[in-house]
Design a protein around this ligand. Structure first.
Ligand SMILES: Cc1cc2nc3c(=O)[nH]c(=O)nc-3n(C[C@H](O)[C@H](O)[C@H](O)COP(=O)(O)OP(=O)(O)OC[C@H]3O[C@@H](n4cnc5c(N)ncnc54)[C@H](O)[C@@H]3O)c2cc1C
Length: 630
């Protein structure tokens, strides 16, 4: 077999984003190369090996529904699994899996190796090669040249990575990996603007040195669950998380050492993640708070390392150890790895099309943390979208752009490409205006058809999925016509559920509409063979019926404006009455639809109305011109 140097698609980076991009592109039939500068760090989790949680769990389910891999990797590696946000309602409840770091990476490594037209190679990309404004390949630091029609960059936090521990800093990638140096220069030379962000992680301590008996332990949920729609649901035993907390003693140590923190001394001037602040940040911003919770979480089945969630820090190692010893249960803890901060280059995402192609270099896509995000789930989602779009473009097909009313992934891409971000972007439920109809439980109904069209869901999976929908729909229909009889047994079950008794037959779905009546209670009243997951879908659709209908009406109303295409020939500088700021911002972002334009910062409702009028005028004049020409 000859070594190949010519590909349809090259993906730079074997992290969460690069793996998803490469899998999507190769599974769609493109000859793909994934180039990673260290094959042993494939899908490495440099921070907490946890997948899911609020909004992030929705991303994982959506990715899975379209044929992405992350949910399966998480299911393979899960140590501990819980439903979160259960008290806040079905719309925002989601799974969170604490994973085995090695198993997670090895699932991706095995999967990459199993796809026939996907080639995995160890090498560091140093240069993007372009030809008349189009990408044509890459060159590695070792001087190897690879040609490609499309290139996806997924370099994470490695580009000109610099690690900070106290006032000491040095070039490094995360977890002691080699940073990616020369690529940044090549990207900037190609006309793409880079900026810097920072992020941080916690110290890891030795499992055997923690006094677990003194802490509240939290086991996995008792019912079997899985992230993937096709995954085997399991109960996870043998691993637990525990909660400890900081105290005023901890905070006094931190405050006394602030002159050794690069955040306090402003040694690092760049922005970090607002929604996942370091302990140093918390002490600086909330000096009066007396305690912060810290969670001790396992990182692997066979690992002694314990991750300290909520305790990322830039402090020097000696201060970190002193702080650890103030935490209940950790008085004699042994530190295995100190925490650190890292700063790195990212691509300002407003330079990207809504299908993640750069405007400066055609055929070059960006995905993952280099688009300004933070998080494995955000990275994987962007990787999938970039990989799919690179493949669609090779095949000469229209790009895939998910709407804000279709998927959290649509919100993620739209926020980044329309609004940009001035801090590492993390997905949150509050970013998603249509979250009532974009839930964890209905990701398959929303998105699996798209995955099927892309060729990413095979016949077996599609058959299993459609059979599940048919069974759920027919049970929903049966229940819509069913009535619950008023008798002693019914009233006993209702009493047990804390619900009021009935004196005459009541429609089954009216009973299910009661907040205290769950799917399980209804099945005791009516009997059913339906699986619990489909039952939960019926329960949610029933309980939220009125809200869901209203939301769907709202989406239909907004969709005409949302999807109104802006002709590429529209020049914002000649749109009468448009403010100079709006014209400048719109020219920089070049939104594709009026909906996208409305979210560009600095553009207001009046500006949008003016742009709408300009689009209509332009359309009319083009129609008149073509009529004249006939
Ligand atoms: C210290 C730290 C703390 C974090 N804390 C959190 C957190 O609390 N919560 C959270 O959700 N997320 C956190 N993250 C973010 C999360 O780890 C990332 O968002 C995620 O890993 C990004 O995935 P990615 O695929 O974009 O990049 P990465 O996972 O960084 O992968 C990039 C890949 O590209 C390869 N690469 C880079 N340059 C080149 C090149 N020139 N040639 C070839 N290969 C190259 C690297 O080897 C690597 O395999 C943290 C990250 C770090 C570093």
């Amino acid at each position: 077999m000859n070594q190949n140097y010519d590909y349809e698609i090259i993906v730079i980076g074997g992290g969460h984003s690069g793996c998803e991009a490469a899998l999507a592109a190769s599974r769609m039939g493109c000859r793909t190369l994934i180039l990673n500068h260290n094959l042993d760090n494939t899908a490495l989790m440099p921070c907490n090996p946890a997948i899911g949680g609020p909004a992030k769990g929705n991303l994982v389910r959506e990715l899975d529904a379209m044929g992405g891999e992350q949910a399966r990797a998480a299911d393979f590696a899960t140590l501990h699994l819980r439903w979160l946000n259960t008290s806040k309602g079905f719309a925002v409840r989601t799974l969170r899996a604490q994973c085995d770091l090695r198993d997670y990476g090895s699932h991706y490594t095995k999967t990459l190796a199993s796809v026939p037209n996907l080639y995995v190679y160890q090498g560091m990309a140093a240069e993007i090669v372009t030809d008349s404004g189009r990408v044509s390949g890459i060159v590695t630091v070792a001087g190897e040249r690879f040609s490609a029609k499309r290139v996806v960059m997924a370099c994470g936090t490695y580009m000109r990575g610099k690690v900070h521990m106290g006032l000491i800093n040095f070039p490094s990638g995360p977890l002691g990996q080699v940073p990616s140096g020369p690529l940044s220069d090549s990207i900037m030379k190609a006309g793409i603007e880079l900026a810097r962000f920072r992020t941080d992680t916690t110290p890891r301590i030795c499992r055997n040195s923690v006094d677990w008996d003194s802490l509240d332990l939290q086991s996995s949920d008792p019912q079997p669950e899985a992230f993937s729609h096709w995954g085997e649901k399991r109960v996870h035993t043998g691993h637990f998380c525990a909660r400890t907390r900081t105290s005023t003693v901890t905070h006094d140590i931190l405050k006394a050492a602030l002159d050794r923190s690069p955040l306090a001394t402003r040694e690092i001037g760049v922005r970090g993640p607002r929604y996942c602040p370091s302990l140093d940040d918390k002490i600086l911003k909330f000096p009066d708070k007396e305690s912060h919770p810290i969670f001790l979480e396992p990182v692997g089945r066979n690992s002694r390392e314990i991750y300290m969630q909520n305790f990322s820090t830039y402090m020097p190692p000696d201060v970190q150890l002193e702080i650890i010893h103030t935490l209940p249960g950790c008085e004699r803890a042994l530190m295995l790895r100190p925490g650190y901060g890292i700063e790195y280059d990212y691509v300002r995402p407003t330079q990207l099309e809504p299908w993640l192609e750069t405007r400066a270099v055609r055929g070059l896509y960006c995905s993952g943390q280099i688009c300004g995000t933070s998080g494995y789930e955000e990275a994987a989602s962007l990787g999938f979208i970039a990989g799919v779009n690179a493949a669609l473009s090779v095949k000469g097909r229209e790009p895939l752009v998910l709407g804000r009313d279709q998927a959290y992934i649509g919100v993620l891409v739209d926020d980044l490409t329309s609004r940009g971000t001035d801090e590492p972007y993390r997905m949150l439920p509050s970013r998603c205006e249509h979250r009532l109809i974009m839930r964890h439980d209905n990701a398959d109904r929303r998105l699996s058809g798209i995955g099927r069209d892309l060729g990413l869901i095979d016949d077996e999976r599609w058959g299993a999925m459609t059979a599940r929908w048919i069974a759920a729909d027919s049970e929903h229909e049966r229940l819509s016509a069913a009535r619950i009889q008023a008798n002693d047994r019914t009233n006993e079950i209702l009493r047990e559920a804390g619900s009021s008794e009935i004196t005459e037959p009541v429609p089954a779905l009216d009973i299910l509409r009661r907040p205290e009546v769950s799917w399980n209670t209804l099945t005791r009243l009516t009997g059913t063979n339906l699986d619990d997951e489909s039952g939960t879908w019926i329960e949610i659709e029933t309980k939220y019926e009125g809200y869901v209908e209203r939301e769907n009406r709202r989406v239909r109303r907004l969709s005409a404006m949302e999807r109104l295409r802006i002709p590429m020939s529209l020049s914002y500088n000649v749109v009468g009455g448009l403010s100079a700021e709006a014209a400048e911002k719109l020219t920089a972002v070049l939104p594709r639809t009026l909906g996208q334009a409305s979210r560009v910062p600095g553009v207001n409702n009046v500006d949008i109305q003016l742009v709408q009028v300009a689009i209509e005028r332009l359309r009319k004049s083009q129609t008149v011109e073509s009529d004249d020409g006939e």
